[in-house]
Design a binder for this molecule. Structure first.
Ligand SMILES: *Cc1c(COP(=O)(O)O)cnc(C)c1O
Length: 228
């Protein structure tokens, strides 16, 4: 049987190979292990194999896991949609949020972040392929939202996150990720001090790294297939 440690090792090798191919240092790309639907024991196993940053989509599930794993020095990233009635749970429990797509959500997180905690590290979610039903702001609205978020206390704007539609091959996956990089660079040129381009998942992390990803979010390739 392949263990979580084995799979994590393979993912790290993929990241190293893709970054070498792109002429980038391997440590310029962070690995976020997406543990959604997997229990605290799976997270413990990944932590024992050297992984510290974990991503969760479902707020309630994430908060329970965070509570069950308080004894470990882990970093928790919220990568799922956030309804208004869940912002307090996110503000009080997570270290990062990748899915800011409205000023209202950011304002609530800012107001609800407890005083004693480090600022919540946040990314704006940008919808780079224009799908009408998908979350994320349109690329043209990213700068306005980013400026508003950057001004809020209790939050620290780090970058952008995108989830493009699955692409049939490397070249088209890379082309979609390049759109994300263009938005990212545009915000940097506008003077926002951003360092995080959160793109790439199990199936397309090589294409995302070729396009400039600084953080890949990997679930299936580390923990296995999820039950639907
Ligand atoms: C589930 C999920 C991932 C991980 O996807 P895999 O294909 O399992 O690697 C990454 N990002 C987001 C936002 C997700 O919801």
């Amino acid at each position: 049987m392949t263990t979580i440690a084995d799979k994590l090792h393979k993912v790290r090798e993929r990241i190293a190979a893709a970054s070498a191919q792109a002429g980038r240092p391997a440590d310029s790309i962070g690995l976020l292990a997406v543990s959604k639907t997997y229990g605290p024991e799976a997270v413990r196993e990944a932590h024992a194999a050297g992984q510290q940053a974990f991503g969760e989509n479902y707020i309630q599930e994430g908060v329970e896991k965070i509570a069950a794993l308080r004894d470990l020095p882990l970093q928790w990233h919220c990568i799922g949609p956030i309804q208004s009635n869940k912002t307090r749970l996110v503000a009080e429990n997570f270290d990062w949020v990748h899915t800011i797509d409205r000023e209202k959500t950011a304002e609530r997180l800012s107001a609800q972040r407890p005083d004693g905690m480090a600022p919540l590290q946040v990314c704006i979610q940008v919808n780079v392929d224009g799908g009408p039903t998908k979350s994320g702001v349109a690329p043209d609205d990213a700068l306005g939202l980013a400026r508003a978020v950057a001004a809020l206390p209790g939050l620290r704007l780090r970058g952008i996150m995108c989830i493009p539609e699955p692409a049939p091959d490397f070249a088209s996956a890379r082309a979609l990720h390049e759109r994300a990089r263009l938005v990212f660079e545009e915000l940097q040129k506008a003077g926002l001090p951003l360092d995080t381009l959160s793109i790439g998942m199990s199936a397309d992390l090589e294409a995302a790294i070729a396009a400039g990803s600084t953080m890949v979010r990997v679930g299936t390739a580390i923990f296995g297939k999820r039950e639907p």
